[in-house]
Every structure is written in C-alpha cells, then in structure tokens.
Ligand binder design. Structure first.
Ligand code: TRP
Length: 334
C-alpha cells in the first residue's frame, strides 16, 4: 500500500524555539517514518506581514531548515523544500482564489488575530494587504499542491485547515470531480509549553528558549522562570501546582521518578526555587545536547543545508507539476 501524504510548513521567523520544537517539529520527526512527508519553509507566507522587511529573509529560511535538520527531520526520508521555489503553488493559488468566496477568508479567526496584532504593532493606520487576506487560500494551495491526506500542525492552525477542507470540497463540486482530498489536521498530544514569564512562548515576547541557544544561555534564562509567587524563602512550603513555569517545565522534561521526588520536596520546603531551576536548566540542556551538536554541524556546513533544500525543491516540484497539469485539465484551461 502506498503511504498517505502529509504536508506542513512554518514561516521563516528566524531561529525556532522550544514551542516550535515540542509543539510541532517533534511530531513531524515521528510522523516522517509513517507518512510520505513534505515539509516546507513558507517564505511567501512571511511576506504577507513582512513584505517590506526582507533583509533577513534568506538567512531566516536557512535558520529554519537548520533547526529542522538538527531536530531530526531526515532529508533521506522526508522532503524539505522552500515554498517560493515551487511556482506551481502560485498557479494553484490562482485557481483556488477564484473558487473561494470572499466571506470565507474574512471570517477566518486566525487571520483576524493576525490582523489585530499587525494593527497594534504598526499602528491604527496599517493596511491589511490583499496578500494577507489571501493567507488561507495560499495555505490551501500549499496543502492541496501535494494533494495531502493530512496536515500535522499546532492547534492555532486548525481553523486554516478547516477552510482548506471547505475549499477542496467546493473545487470538487464546481468542477464535478473527486480529485482533491479533504485534508485532516493531525494534532499532537504534547502539552503546550509556556514562555519563561508564563505567557505564550514567542520570539517577540522575549520569553523563549531557542533550540540554538547555548547551554549557558539556557541555564541563565531558566533562572528567570516564574515559580510559586507566594514563596519567599526556601523553607516556605511550596505549591508545585501554583508554580507558574518551572514545575510545568519539569512536567515536560522530567521523568515520573523525578517528579515524584520534586513535588514532596517542594511542598515540605526542602527544595529552593533557585536550586530547582538550576537542576531544571541541566535537564533541558541534556535533552537538547544532541540537537545542538547537530545544529552546530549544519551552521558550519551551510552548503550542505542549501543542497538538501534544492534536492527537496526538485522532489516537491516533481509531484507538484504532475498535480498542476491535472488541475489545468480539470479547470479546462487552454
Ligand atoms: N500558517 C503556518 C504557520 O504560521 C505556516 C503554513 C503555511 C502552513 N502554509 C502551510 C502550515 C500549510 C501547514 C500547511 O505556522
């Protein structure tokens, strides 16, 4: 039996953090063995909000690719490529755009959030571009370009995938075909990791730990993590369940056994928050050690990374060009 196809992408926002790793990439690393997998850097999607800030775009594409490779995406198994190197996606975007009612994109909740963030960042006068309105259609083109069965993403992307399913169904109806599959979101079980301040982890909130941070930086950052705010001294009785960040991280990175010792020690006032975070820093660094070693390798061998991407581009284009010629037939283009 041929394997089912999955497609997923990430915008090149620069070096990725643990939220990306635990929330999405780790899932890809597992799924790549089971599915025919296509992972791409969504550089066109980066333009939807940063078309006027492209100085670092090229480097950011490489950073994302290096983080994926370091995390264990295997280019021998999965196809990794750059969105803008697949012109067929832009063509499919045109056909899908014609078939998508305007109010479908207008009510996309994720897009509404993005527009809100953009307005607060850039001021009330910032314009929502035509390109940004097309975000969910372009994303549908990414997914349908490979006629994917499923899309492994974080929770925040599910609304987009719903639109993709609607667009696929509508296209099939209009052209009286069953060509496109209705791709399903594939969520992973991992709990979301919060930032060092207890809010959502994000680059722009300066509360993140990057995959590529050094062990020293990581240890320093962990010391700033919020703990149980009611606790002043080491001997005060602790409340692990009210510890806003550190204990949550322990639940992600620690073993059952470790949690079984940490919890009572904290509750009895036998474990100070500073010591606790020092240990936690070591724990996280241990987990990331191999990934960071691989990353340093790729940082010193950028040509290898570029090579992997261009081979991925070729493989992705081979599938895309087959699909686009069928789509042209279905739409009855000249
Ligand atoms: N919107 C996704 C994000 O912000 C990136 C993305 C673009 C994507 N196209 C996609 C994800 C297609 C999955 C499938 O992370």
């Amino acid at each position: 039996m041929t394997k089912q196809v999955i497609v997923s992408g990430m915008r090149p926002t620069g070096k990725l953090h643990l939220g990306h790793y635990l929330g999405v990439i780790q899932n890809w690393v597992e799924l790549q063995h089971k599915y025919d997998s296509y992972f791409f850097v969504a550089d066109w999607h980066a333009l939807t909000t940063k078309y006027d800030k492209t100085d670092e775009l090229k480097q950011d594409v490489l950073e994302v690719a290096m983080d994926w490779l370091a995390s264990g995406i295997d280019p021998e198994i999965a196809t990794i490529y750059v969105q803008s190197h697949i012109p067929e996606i832009a063509e499919l975007n045109i056909y899908l755009g014609m078939a998508t009612p305007q109010n479908w994109v207008e009510r996309d909740p994720t897009l509404k959030d993005m527009a809100k963030i953009l307005r607060t960042k850039e001021g009330q006068n910032s314009q929502i571009s035509y390109g940004l309105m097309g975000y969910p259609v372009l994303m549908s083109a990414d997914i349908m370009m490979m006629n994917a069965d499923a899309v492994p993403v974080g929770n925040d992307q599910v609304a987009h995938i719903e639109i993709t399913r609607d667009i696929a169904r509508r296209f099939n109806n209009i052209y009286n075909t069953e060509f496109f599959k209705e791709p399903k979101p594939l969520l992973n079980k991992c709990s979301l990791i919060c930032g060092l301040d207890g809010n959502k982890m994000g680059k722009s909130f300066h509360n993140d730990i990057k995959i590529s941070d050094t062990a020293e930086d990581t240890a320093k950052k962990i010391m700033t993590a919020i703990t149980d705010r009611s606790r002043m001294r080491k001997t005060d009785l602790g409340h692990p369940d009210e510890c806003e960040v550190a204990f949550k991280y322990w639940q992600i990175f620690g073993s059952e056994q470790e949690l079984e010792t940490i919890r009572p020690e904290c509750e009895k006032g036998e474990r100070g928050c500073a010591d606790c975070k020092r240990q936690l820093g070591c724990k996280i660094n241990e987990r990331l050690k191999e990934i960071r070693e691989r990353r340093s390798y790729y940082e010193t061998h950028p040509d290898e990374v570029k090579d992997i991407l261009s081979q991925g581009d070729k493989k992705a284009r081979a599938r895309a060009s087959e699909i686009i010629s069928q789509v042209r037939d279905i739409v009855r283009m000249y």
